[in-house]
Design a binder for this molecule. Sequence first.
Ligand code: FAD
Length: 318
Amino acid sequence: MTKIIDHLSQAKSTLFSFEILPPLKGKGIDSLFNEVEPLMEFQPKFIDVTYHREEYIYRKKDNGLLQRISLRKRPGTVGICAALMNRFHVDTVPHLICGGFTKEETESALMDCHFLGIDNILALRGDAIKSENRFSPTEGGNAYASDLIQQIQDLNEGHYLYQEEESSYPTNFCIGAAGYPEKHFEAPNFNSDLKYLKKKVDLGAQFIVTQMFFDNKKYFEFVDKCREIGINVPIIPGLKPLTTKKQLSILPSIFHIDLPDELVEAVENCKSNDDVKKVGVEWAVEQCRELKKANVPCLHFYSMGKSEHITSIAKEVF
Ligand code: FAD
């Protein structure tokens, strides 16, 4: 399949792509196909599939003691990528995270991708387990996204773990990394975060996808800062329409982003949920028009299981 970097370099205008979540454990894949189907009209060049870390649940045992169980609520990222490729003939980008994986497990997941013809990976550290305050690396696993990128690059050069000799079957992954126009929340300052972003690129990341933002100025300034320090790969803006009043507080607390005054005021003045959706979609459409005018490589949407809003935006923009 085609690499993201080739899609971007061959594009005559701004591309369209989106990200979906695997279904909850126990749910079928049909609802996901139904979510993706209407978006295919806009010819996405690739679809990202997120990876979800394990969570802990507690079950009472017969002796009354609590048993801690580690559970993945949304498994199946790589399988879903393969199923989407098979069904829609579209490139997919599985997200791979460091948390919850030993390096050997990472290598197995990468080999699965390679054998399935999945040539693109978004390499991420992942967040802390929900019940924990801080991210702590899995024993024998990667600690930062840059370590994961290094591992993928090693495979691209034919270096498999614990094998003395170079393999004559190297992988050929195009690697993406995450970038934060409003800074990653753990970074002590912007420059430090940019320094590690540059490290990811220097180690082999060929494109960057940004955290969502609602003020294009933040994206443009971020791109300028990246260029100043020699980060020259395409920087794909990540976008999400605001669709509920609750998101005014939820999005900043989960994603550590700011919402512009004008948008907050417009949403606060809405009388109904439908009004909020209308305001959110119109805001996103305006963002997209400005970004497209600035010739961004691709508009990447976080669908979060709500493809109808993305469809409304895509109808206006593509
Ligand atoms: P890193 O690049 O490792 O950075 C993490 C922090 O450590 C930053 O503050 C950075 O400045 C700092 N840092 C980096 N390297 C070093 C170093 N060597 N020494 C000291 N400090 C360092 N999460 C999921 O669980 N699943 C997903 O599917 C998923 N998809 C995402 C998609 C996008 C586009 C984005 C933007 C985020 C996504 N996330 C996902 C969230 C992401 O995992 C979190 O934001 C996580 O906290 C950081 O991941 P990272 O890859 O940016 O980490």
